[in-house]
Every structure is written in structure tokens, then in C-alpha cells.
Design a protein around this ligand. Structure first.
Ligand SMILES: NC(=O)c1ccc[n+]([C@@H]2O[C@H](COP(=O)([O-])OP(=O)(O)OC[C@H]3O[C@@H](n4cnc5c(N)ncnc54)[C@H](O)[C@@H]3O)[C@@H](O)[C@H]2O)c1
Length: 434
């Protein structure tokens, strides 16, 4: 692919992995006039897209229909199409395995699937979050071995982390600067020119390792700061001080303070997982990541803290946890999304049921629990209506969706354990913060 082809928008873009990251990226390139082919191994997703339907709540079906109508987008499960593309962006999952170590199987299988079909002069960019060294030590060797082509000479490879914050109304793909790293000037130049069509600002760094480390650093920063406010929450509670009020006061300082908020524990695809990519890689260098481990420890203890608060709240009413009916509000890991990955609600549901409480959940965005690897026992459980909220012994607020009317919820519930300060403005002794 030549720079000229990109500049004339004649470069054909391929996106591998049409999930929370890949699909919005595909839409953005189409919107900017590029021809896009999206590849995924999930036939169901490809079928839905070809019918003009979306499987992500904050992306409307209308958007997909529009792309289909314009003929800009094509979805497929056929990786041989790779040979017709100029630029390939890889957005596949990077989870942790059972031992909480990086699971590189999606990146490796993608590289192995595409390598036999890649051709000279293509640009390949990894977007998946991963440890420093992945592009150089994992991706490039797989691509070279499977294709017989050489990076920096025949094919061009870069790393550019995704900073997608699903459903963030303030920052979109276009207004979020994009970090790009490559280990040779041509790869960097090609990646920069392609991304410059969809973002207002690109940030070029000296190599793929720096770009990989930048993404992990952003997420370690969040994990550590969330752990800090979670620790402060526990300390201040003992002192009779409301941590939310403290944070609100601190936030008025115009410099040197950035608010983070406590909660029931970490959730989502990034913050609970990404820091351990760095921990794992650091071990290879004989270094232990004490700060990251400590933050992980504190955040992991939060569900137990919430359980203690539920027990306390029930005891105050003369009830025990065993056989009590508990309603969990919110299954999504954060407000206003339908994403349940690593949601702490699952963990809290499990802990409650282990203690023989009877649990239900409500989430306006998740009518039924899909099968998950970790919490198989909850598959098929349905979101209950809020009409009978007064029949529950305790209501636990875990996700503060904007659509919840917390005043009514507070009025109708017997007792509430609030992990999000959602009832912060409601003066009621029924509400116990956790
Ligand atoms: N979700 C976020 O908000 C977010 C934000 C920043 C970074 N990230 C990172 O981006 C990457 C992707 O995350 P996501 O949230 O989009 O994941 P996702 O699970 O929503 O989507 C990944 C998609 O890749 C597909 N896939 C897996 N293997 C494939 C293969 N070999 N070929 C083609 N498709 C394949 C899956 O079927 C799935 O549709 C991860 O590394 C994640 O850490 C995610």
C-alpha cells in the first residue's frame, strides 16, 4: 500500500474482531469514505450486521443499515479476504487465562489465520491491549513465519492502542488522541496517515513497546487510584466520614487532584485485567509489581465489603442473610451500557448465594444472563421487574444506570445498600452506603 492510496482514500481497510472496539472503528472508517471489510469468527455477529442489526447497545442498527446501503461495509468470516486489503487492524480479545496470566491465543490464532493470505506492502496494526513486546516478540514472528514476508521490508507493522470508552458522550473516537508506535519510519508514517482520517490528533511514539506500555500505564493508573479511594472509603467509614463528600470537596481544587470514585469492585474488559499483563511481563525481568498487586488485592476485597454491609443492614432489621431475598440493581459493569464482562454483580450474586440468600437482579439493558465461562450457574436468569421491589429484604445498588429513579427506589425499598452513592442526595436511614 502506498501513502498515495491512503491519501486518496483508496486504501481498503480490514478490521479483525468486530466487538466493542472493532465495530465502532469500522463505522468510523466507513463514515470517512473508506471501503471496510470486517472479519470475525462469530457467524452470528456477521449475520446480524448483514441484516443491518447491531449487537452493541450504544451502536444503533440504523448506523449499520446506512453503511450496508452505501455499500461501504462488508462483514465476513472468511480470512482469505485478507489478500484484497491494504490495511489490517487487529482488535481481538486479550483476556487472562485461569491462572490470571495473559491469554494470547486470540492474537496468535489471528496472526496464524491471516499470515498465509497477507501480501507485500500491507500495513498491519495491532489494537488489542497487551504487554510491551507483543508486536515484536509475538505478532511479527507469527506473521513472518506464516507468510515468508519480512517486516519493515515487505510488510509494515504498528501498534496503536484503543482508548474506546463505550457510551462516553463527551469523547468519541474522533476527539480522543490516538497513540501510535512502530519500529520503523515507514510503518509509522503509514499508520499515522491512515488514523489521521478518523482522529483529530495522533501521538507518535518511538516504538511499538512504548505504545503498548502507554496503554497499560493508563489502565494501571486507574486500577491503583480506584484502589486508593476504595481504601479511603473503608477508613473514613470507620471515622464516620462520607468518602463521597470528601472527594467532592477535593475535586474543587483546580490543580493536582483528579477524582476517582469507590465502588463494589472492578468490572469491565480492561481495568481488572490489563494491569496483570504488565505484572506477568515484569516477572520475566525478575521484577515484582507490588503497587499493582496491592491495588488488585484491595479492589478484589470490595465485594466482601459489600456483603458485610448487606449483613449489617439485614441484622439491623433483625434478619439474617440466610433465606433473605436480595435484589441486585445493575448487572452491567458500568452505567448505561449492556456489557457484563467481569461485572462485579456476578461475584456478589455468587457470594450471596453461597451464604444461602435468595437473589434476583434487575438491569434495564440485560433482560437475561447469557452463559459465561466463570458463572455458569446464573445462565438464563432473567431481570425482574421493579414493581415488586418492596418484597425484597434488601436492595443493593451496584450499577447506577441513569434510567433508574433512585428516589422512587429508595421510597419503595425496605433497605438499600448503595455502593455508588446513587442515593447520595436522599436523606433516609434506609440507605446504607457501602
Ligand atoms: N471494550 C473496551 O472498552 C476496550 C477499550 C480499550 C481496549 N480494549 C481492548 O481491545 C481488544 C478487543 O476488545 P473488545 O472489547 O472489542 O472485545 P470483544 O470481545 O467485544 O470483541 C472481540 C471480537 O473478536 C472476535 N474474534 C476473536 N478471535 C478472532 C479471530 N481469530 N478472527 C476474527 N475475529 C476474532 C470475537 O468473535 C469478537 O467479536 C482487547 O484487547 C481489549 O482489551 C477494549
Amino acid at each position: 500500500m502506498t501513502l498515495q492510496k491512503i491519501k486518496e482514500k483508496k486504501a481498503h481497510i480490514g478490521i479483525i474482531g468486530l466487538g466493542y472496539v472493532g465495530l465502532p472503528l469500522a463505522i468510523e472508517f466507513c463514515k470517512n469514505g473508506f471501503q471496510v471489510t470486517g472479519l470475525d469468527i462469530d457467524q452470528e455477529k456477521i449475520d446480524l450486521l448483514s441484516q443491518g442489526e447491531s449487537y452493541i447497545k450504544h451502536i444503533s442498527g440504523e448506523k449499520i443499515k446506512h453503511l450496508n446501503k452505501e455499500g461501504k461495509f462488508k462483514g465476513s468470516t472468511n480470512h482469505t479476504l485478507i489478500r484484497h486489503l491494504d490495511c489490517i487492524l487487529i482488535c481481538v480479545p486479550t483476556p487472562l487465562n485461569k491462572n490470571r496470566e495473559p491469554d494470547m491465543s486470540y492474537v496468535i490464532s489471528t496472526a496464524q489465520k491471516i499470515a498465509p493470505h497477507i501480501v507485500k506492502n500491507q500495513l498491519i496494526v495491532l489494537e488489542s491491549t497487551t504487554f510491551p513486546g507483543t508486536t515484536l516478540e509475538v505478532l511479527i514472528p507469527e506473521l513472518e513465519a506464516g507468510s515468508g514476508l519480512k517486516a519493515k521490508k515487505d510488510i509494515f507493522v504498528a501498534y496503536s492502542p484503543e482508548r474506546e470508552d463505550p457510551n462516553n458522550k463527551k469523547y468519541s473516537i474522533a476527539t480522543t488522541p490516538k497513540v501510535i508506535g512502530a519500529d520503523d519510519p515507514k510503518s509509522l508514517e503509514l499508520a499515522d496517515s491512515i488514523y489521521s482520517f478518523i482522529v483529530n490528533k495522533t501521538v507518535l511514539v518511538s516504538g511499538t513497546k512504548v505504545a503498548e506500555a502507554a496503554k497499560l500505564t493508563e489502565n494501571v493508573f486507574r486500577a491503583v487510584n480506584i484502589a486508593l479511594v476504595n481504601e479511603l472509603k473503608v477508613i473514613y467509614e470507620k471515622m464516620g466520614i462520607d468518602v463521597w463528600e470528601v472527594i467532592e470537596a477535593c475535586s474543587t481544587k483546580p490543580f493536582g487532584f483528579m477524582p476517582f470514585y469507590p465502588g463494589p469492585g472492578l468490572g469491565g474488559h480492561c481495568i481488572p485485567i490489563d494491569p496483570f499483563y504488565l505484572t506477568w511481563k515484569a516477572r520475566e525481568h525478575g521484577i515484582t509489581t507490588r503497587f499493582i498487586e496491592l491495588a488488585g488485592e484491595i479492589n478484589t476485597l470490595m465485594p466482601d465489603y459489600v456483603i458485610q454491609k448487606i449483613i449489617f443492614a439485614l441484622n439491623r432489621e433483625g434478619k439474617s442473610l440466610k433465606n433473605s431475598r436480595i435484589l441486585l440493581l445493575g448487572l452491567a459493569y458500568k452505567k448505561n451500557v449492556d456489557d457484563t464482562r467481569e461485572s462485579v454483580t456476578f461475584k456478589i450474586m455468587e457470594l450471596l448465594e453461597e451464604k444461602e440468600a435468595v437473589t434476583d437482579y434487575n438491569d434495564p439493558y440485560i433482560p437475561q444472563i447469557k452463559p459465561t465461562r466463570k458463572y455458569k450457574q446464573f445462565a438464563g436468569k432473567k431481570s425482574v421487574a421493579l414493581k415488586k421491589i418492596n418484597q425484597y429484604d434488601c436492595v443493593v445498588i451496584l450499577t447506577d444506570h441513569t434510567s433508574y429513579d433512585f428516589k422512587t427506589i429508595a421510597n419503595q425499598s425496605k433497605i438499600i445498600v448503595d455502593t455508588r452513592n446513587a442515593c447520595g442526595n436522599i436523606k433516609s436511614n434506609k440507605v446504607i452506603k457501602a
